[in-house]
Write a protein that binds this ligand. Sequence first.
Ligand SMILES: [Zn+2]
Length: 548
Amino acid sequence: MINKRFKTIGLLICLFVSLTVSAQKYAFTHDDTLRGSITPERIWWDLAYYHLQVKLNPADSAISGSTTIRYRVLQPKQMMQVDLQRPLKIQKIVQDGRELTFRQDGNAWFVTLQKPQVTGKTESLEVFYEGQPKKAKRAPWDGGFVWRRDKAGQWFIATACQGLGASAWWPCKDHMYDEPDSMLISVTVPKGLTDVSNGRLRRVTEHNDGTHTFDWFVGNPINNYGVNLNVGDYIHWSDTLQGEKGRLTMDFYALREHEDSARRQFQQAKPMLKAFEHWFGPYPFYEDGYKLVETPYLGMEHQSSVTYGNRFRNGYLGKDLSGTGFGLLWDFIIIHESGHEWFANNITYKDVADMWVHESFTNYSENLYTEYYYGKDAGAAYVTGCRALIRNDRPIVGIYNVNHSGSGDMYYKGGNLLHTIRQIINNDVKWRAILRGMNKTFYHQTVDGKQIEKYISQQSGINLQKVFDQYLRDTRIPTLEYKVVGNKLQYRWANCVSGFDMPLQVCLNASGPNQRLMPTTQWQTLEKTGVKSLTSDSDYYVYVKQVK
Ligand SMILES: [Zn+2]
């Protein structure tokens, strides 16, 4: 492989600015393959549990600590890959009290295990590390560690690492296919500062060196980039939701200096949960609670501790992405990042090439939230309004096994794909059952995008393969061509993948009857008198063109 990298995996939240990329050619490095594929040194062991212990030394932007990795042996192999990104360094690796030898290959570390690894057994080892982790240049897109101070001069620190990878700040198996069943996160910080991580706070241990340790326990599988630490002079308040699975605790953390604004703005969390439980089923992490935590960057879908930096304003930093006005009725980061609890944290991609499973559904969740409170037309206006942001620059699905994500169109075009599929299914009860069914069927699982495509086809009873291929793997927008020949209307799909066969709701003449056509790429004829023009239902993301 050559040393050219062209990656755009930083696009986590919506709105990425103009970082894009029309490059059609990619060259990937050996590092990309080690990071992005399920290597032989990864596949033989199954993550069971992590205990991350990390101590922060803000004065020199340094950290040190260890990860205990408990795993089940699936195949009897002796070589294990652990990931930790430069400039961090592994100091030692210990199994059963014995120090192991290891070699570094870029950001991957290959450990030779001494103890025979027996299939079916559970083993553990501890990886000790230290250094100054990568500083985020522009979190969350170009992530890493954020070291800031609040107005009072107190430290305000956070991590965000989607795409980049959790190994940017702690040793782990840095591939999304495998998640531990549970995790303990122990963060040591100077007294006066509070750490908020994922899950529930078990205890705070005071030390006599001016520091204290926060132990946060996550009782559910968690993906790597979902793990986070947030450190600051936080104030904390709580609420509860009587939700579909019973009582859900809600905890809020904001900087002391923002208490009033945060208490006002964070009230949106409860109606958000109510709307999303309606559409997607129970919040997926009742055991770990729901938290909303202020951060020094815009926001991220950290599991059970959604992070927030949207300046306590509605919209996306005060702007409406849809251009309809509906986007100003709610706080983009509270709605979008929390929507990811269902699509990202509950149902998680195995490979970032399928990042649309996170972002398309979560973009779509913004419109469903709007629909829940402001009506179906408002929701539709929101999602179709977002079409102005679609670029059709490259396919939504990225390249597998090299940690490469597809086009930023995974947001707005992906949302419009789902909105279009809802029209094809043409049965809102069934559509909602599919959204809820997905969250049940793939509960706490990592998936391939194809599994989601198949599930929607199967549950709807419609083969949507060509529709997915068109919108996820091609950049062309299908165009319904039609011509009027005497009293006949002829029509077909053009500018599309071979065999494209999507049904389409159309209106004949400007105010004429609605009709559902079943176009294919072959010309078809409708015997109809008096047809002069045809328009498509605007809920479908397609073009229509009259030809001679
Ligand atoms: Zn997102």
